[in-house]
Design a binder for this molecule. Structure first.
Ligand code: FEO
Length: 413
């Protein structure tokens, strides 16, 4: 895409990455892609805010050249050091050796460790201002949204928040960058949630702190480093992030995420009737085969739903490894405080349940039941399995009713 003017003399000069298959070497983006949004301010002093990955350096430099010669740059604002933002830095410094790098004290340390850069670094303090001419920048420390050095940059004349990873999302930009140019927004919102859960959710408290810190700041545009630029409804993406961060401590939605894996189809056969049982209670359900579905796509449902049904057989005396891996990632991402149950087949002896209970304790998941069967499920076991699914769904509904999250369907006398 060609550069896009956000406001006079303020340009999006980002690039799309449709090549990387695993973001952070971990998260599947092969179908969706991602954008690295850089922003250029062409004033008496010229500044670029955030860069791109090393692999997209040529595209970024071409974008800058469309607006100005990179040699004219006075400042590079480094909101965040993760290499998807800073990977192009060394190449850009060859074209603009005079440029001053702006970042937090931790950014200064990381510049040396990641790139051996020690010259022309100016450490900015929280709230510090920088006048570029008609435009002026204010730096807002937002540690751990996503790394400890992270900050956001606020342009005071146009009320633009360059929010870095905060309020960002997966998804390459398909010809348009603004929220008001996209209808409907569902796909980008889903990509933002997936990005939040994959990348930021562990740091939900810092996200809440950052949002609180931004209260009262006039915002006309929220311009993150990934995904859409929010011009029509800048508050909308902040509200979404606030809601998503609240799941870290609050209850989830009325829904059950059924994660399962099956070796020879016996646990899967049981899964089919348990799914029926959950839906019998009118509780929304999402089903994932954890052996074949990227973790990146499973985690958002786990994060937002209050109930988790785990279906996995015993494997060599323990929990089927794809499920163990899924639950380990849930722990890394602090997906806590769920209501959960497990079912699964074993061939000659159990063991999966014992391991699952250990993991559930670490996850602070409250267990409501266990349905173990040997070999293939009998017809009677399938009937009981349907009931088992209904029981978890009822427990989830009841728990949310007791907490006042959803109304009671039958008024109490
Ligand atoms: Fe967009 Fe924390 O990297």
């Amino acid at each position: 895409m060609l550069p896009v003017e956000l406001r006079p003399h303020i340009y999006w000069v980002g690039v799309n990455d449709r090549t990387t298959q695993l973001f952070e070497g971990l998260w599947s983006i092969q179908e969706e892609g991602i954008s690295y949004n850089s922003y250029l301010i062409d004033d008496e002093k010229k500044a670029i805010i955030d860069l791109s990955s090393k692999m997209t350096t040529d595209e970024l430099v071409a974008q800058i050249r469309t607006v100005m010669d990179p040699a004219q740059l006075d400042y590079i604002v480094i909101n965040h050091m993760e290499p998807d933002h800073s990977g192009a830095l060394k190449a850009l410094l060859l074209l603009a050796p005079q440029v001053v790098l702006l970042g937090t004290a931790k950014t200064q340390q990381m510049l040396e460790r990641f790139y051996g850069i020690t010259e022309n670094v100016h450490v900015v303090s929280d709230g510090e201002r920088l006048c570029l001419g008609e435009h002026s920048l204010r730096f807002v420390a937002t540690p751990f949204v996503h790394w400890p050095e992270t900050m956001m940059t606020y342009e005071e004349s146009q009320h633009i928040l360059f929010s870095c990873d905060g309020f960002g999302g997966y998804g390459a930009l398909n010809g348009r960058i603004f929220d008001d140019d996209i209808q409907p927004l569902d796909w980008y919102e889903a990509q933002s949630l997936r990005y939040f859960v994959n990348i930021i959710a562990t740091f939900s408290k810092p996200v809440r702190n950052a949002i609180a810190k931004l209260e009262g700041l006039p915002l006309d545009i929220v311009a993150p480093s990934h995904g859409l630029v929010w011009r029509k409804r800048p508050q909308h993406i902040i509200d979404l992030y606030r809601r998503w961060a609240a799941y870290a401590t609050g209850p989830g939605d009325l829904s059950v995420t059924l994660i399962y894996a099956s070796m020879y189809g016996n646990t899967e056969k049981m899964m089919e009737v348990i799914a029926q049982g959950i839906l019998d209670q009118d509780v929304p359900l999402t089903v994932f085969n954890v052996a074949t579905t990227p973790l990146s796509h499973i985690l958002p449902a786990l994060w937002t739903g209050h109930g988790v049904m785990v279906g996995a057989p015993t494997y060599e005396g323990g929990l089927f490894p794809p499920m163990a891996k899924t639950l380990e990632m849930a722990e890394i991402k602090h997906i806590y405080n769920k209501l959960a149950a497990r079912f699964g087949s074993h061939a000659w002896n159990g063991g999966a349940q014992r391991r699952f209970e250990q993991m559930a304790e670490t996850l602070k998941w409250q267990l409501t039941g266990n349905f173990e069967f040997s070999g293939a499920p009998s017809q009677d076991e399938l009937l009981r399995g349907r009931q088992f699914g209904s029981e978890l769904a009822c427990q989830v509904r009841l728990a949310l009713q007791n907490r006042g999250e959803i109304p009671r369907s039958v008024p109490l006398n």
